[in-house]
Design a protein around this ligand. Sequence first.
Ligand SMILES: C[S@@+](CC[C@H](N)C(=O)[O-])C[C@H]1O[C@@H](n2cnc3c(N)ncnc32)[C@H](O)[C@@H]1O
Length: 199
Amino acid sequence: MDTGTGPRPAGAVGYRELAGQLAVQYESVGFEEVHEQVLHLLPVAPVRVLDVGAGTGRDAAALASRGHSVLAVEPTVELRVHTGGGIAWLADSLPELSSVEGEFALIMLTAVWMHLDPSERRRAMARIASLLAPGGRVMMLLRHGPVPQGRRMFAVSGDETAVLAGEFGLAETHRGGRGDRHARAEVEWTHLVLDLKSA
Ligand SMILES: C[S@@+](CC[C@H](N)C(=O)[O-])C[C@H]1O[C@@H](n2cnc3c(N)ncnc32)[C@H](O)[C@@H]1O
């Protein structure tokens, strides 16, 4: 039963209290706008997608509307907005994702990696790699910038993440930087796309 009443990860601190306000912010930009640089790298044929740290389900809903079957994992259940067809919700968290089962052709990690400390990032990368179907792809959006008050974030980089991914059989396919869609001058983002290397 997905009640979301279990323990919350340290990285989710500060989200529940501001869920209403944050949901409005996350919904103020569209999936195509957030992922503009990497839209051409999305699978075309319907596949099973895992969206970790799914927030309101903005991206999950857009991917479901493209025909994909999406498992949206989000520890802050108060953020959920999109509950339509094609999306299954799960209150779970990195690094373990202990309730997630099966394999996924695409795993989305959008604005969530910075919530994990170095040890958690290592365990999370191992778990993410283990959940990929053969030929599977990971699409990450890494946040760089100051930590909002009351939140728990760590500095992450494209280089460090790509090296870590390589240790678990994932090769960098694409990297690109961009500014913030909410016009915060001090916040920047890195798109990182990683593909499971064939055995
Ligand atoms: C900045 S929000 C991004 C939400 C969504 N991906 C988006 O782009 O709008 C980060 C999300 O990660 C979730 N989160 C924090 N720590 C997490 C963890 N350890 N595992 C999974 N999700 C986590 C938070 O609850 C929050 O919804």
